[in-house]
Design a protein around this ligand. Structure first.
Ligand code: PLP
Length: 396
């Protein structure tokens, strides 16, 4: 009996592989320190939990609700999108999904026909190419340069454009690099996409996690009718709510109607209690986010200081999300470390010998790098990075 041909095309989420191995070692009692986390290390704000406890008593929340989301949540999304991102939309421009990840998949399913190409600047968040393939499209990877802060430019996009190019994936701040585009850089790319009639899927999950005053405007600010722009956002990262699974799509009515059709068959509605949790998070403002941000920024500065003292490790001093993406390519060649020929080997070596877990760059399409999440305690961060420094010293 055969299963789908997709089986050969798609791979499981690579960020999970290293965390599984780290978990196994931990269970064996090893003192593992994880730099792999793709989620804040803070609890969800208490007021969210209390609002959900109350909502669980309300029997109307025990029933199906509208496919595109609860009205109270959509009203908050309209309000906060205007307040924080300068996007003016109505409730009819929103579909609430089971997390940003689900919102992205539904968006690709809504846009793509077989053979349609999607430009994905690399390094990229591991789900984008897989979600494109699941939706019948073809991912086109556009490599960017370490020396250019891994920012894609118009010429690189132009070189990969064909008559089948339909969508550009845009994410600022970026996972995995933490890089944030400037307004000028962003505008240049947006104009290129608008001129070429290419959709921009703008993933704004890390919108609030920016440091040193750097921010990127949303393409939706320049495309008021949402002719070319689809915004993906959610509560996972900004409010420490990864487990509640709430994200959303912002798009024009045609895309939203299509996304609703798909979602009506895939999931009906998102759990009412999770939607109320997201509503509570948005309604209560950014105080909790700003407290997390303060900790992230302190750790970011600390991690940058420590990495820059390590020999032959190069680093972009990223100002967004909670990731750094150090260049460890020196250690992946010429048998500098016996048996280490790429960043997967390097990460396995660090985990096996020093019990520190990073995600290898290959997971994000870029050998020679590792993703370092600084969503962990200050004490663990210091201990983990001093083990890293020791590992490098031990090589000689
Ligand atoms: C860039 C980016 N977009 C979207 C998501 C998905 O977030 P969610 O937990 O809401 O599905 C993630 C999660 O890691 C992410 O890093």
């Amino acid at each position: 009996m055969e299963i789908s041909k997709l089986n050969k095309l798609i791979t499981p989420s690579g960020t999970m592989a290293i965390s599984n191995k780290a978990r196994e070692l931990k269970e064996q009692g090893k003192p593992v320190i994880g730099f792999g986390a793709g989620e804040p290390d803070f609890p969800t704000p208490q007021y969210v939990v209390e609002d959900v406890q109350l909502a669980a008593e309300d029997t109307s929340n025990h029933k199906y609700s509208p496919v595109a989301g609860l009205d109270i949540l959509k009203e908050e999304i309209v309000r906060t999108s205007s307040l924080y991102s300068g996007i003016n939309i109505g409730k009819e421009n929103i579909v609430v999904s089971n997390g940003g990840k689900h919102a992205i998949l539904t968006t690709f399913m809504s846009l793509l026909n077989p053979g349609d190409e999607v430009l994905i600047p690399s390094p990229y968040w591991t789900t984008y190419p897989e979600a494109v393939k699941i939706s019948g499209g073809s991912p086109v990877i556009v490599n960017t340069e370490f020396d250019e802060d891994f920012k894609v430019n118009k010429d690189q996009l132009e070189a990969h454009k064909t008559s089948k190019t339909k969508v550009l994936v845009w994410v600022s701040p970026s996972n995995p690099t933490g890089v944030v585009y400037t307004k000028k850089e962003a505008e240049e790319i947006y104009n290129w996409a608008f001129e070429n009639n290419i959709w921009i899927l703008s993933d704004e999950l890390y919108e609030h996690l920016v440091y040193e005053g750097v921010t990127s405007p949303s393409p939706a600010q320049y495309d008021k009718e949402l002719k070319n722009t689809i915004v993906i956002n959610g509560v996972a990262k900004a409010y420490s709510m990864t487990g509640w699974r709430v994200g959303w799509i912002i798009a024009n009515k045609e895309v939203i109607d299509m996304a609703k059709k798909i979602q009506s068959h895939a999931t009906s509605n998102v759990s009412n209690l999770s939607q109320i949790a997201a509503y509570s998070a948005l309604k209560n403002g950014l105080d909790a986010t700003n407290m997390m941000k303060e900790s992230f920024n302190r750790r970011r500065i600390n991690a940058i200081n420590q990495f820059t003292q390590i020999e032959n490790v190069e680093l972009i001093k990223s100002t967004g999300a909670f990731y750094l993406f150090p260049n460890i390519s020196y250690y992946c060649t010429n048998n500098v470390i016996q048996g280490v020929n790429n960043s997967v080997d390097f990460c396995n070596w660090l985990l096996d010998e020093y019990y520190i877990a990073f995600v290898p760059g290959e997971v994000f399409g870029m050998n020679g790098f590792l993703r370092c999440s600084y969503a962990l305690s200050d004490a663990d961060l210091n201990e983990g990075l001093s083990r890293f420094a020791k590992a490098i010293k031990d090589i000689k």
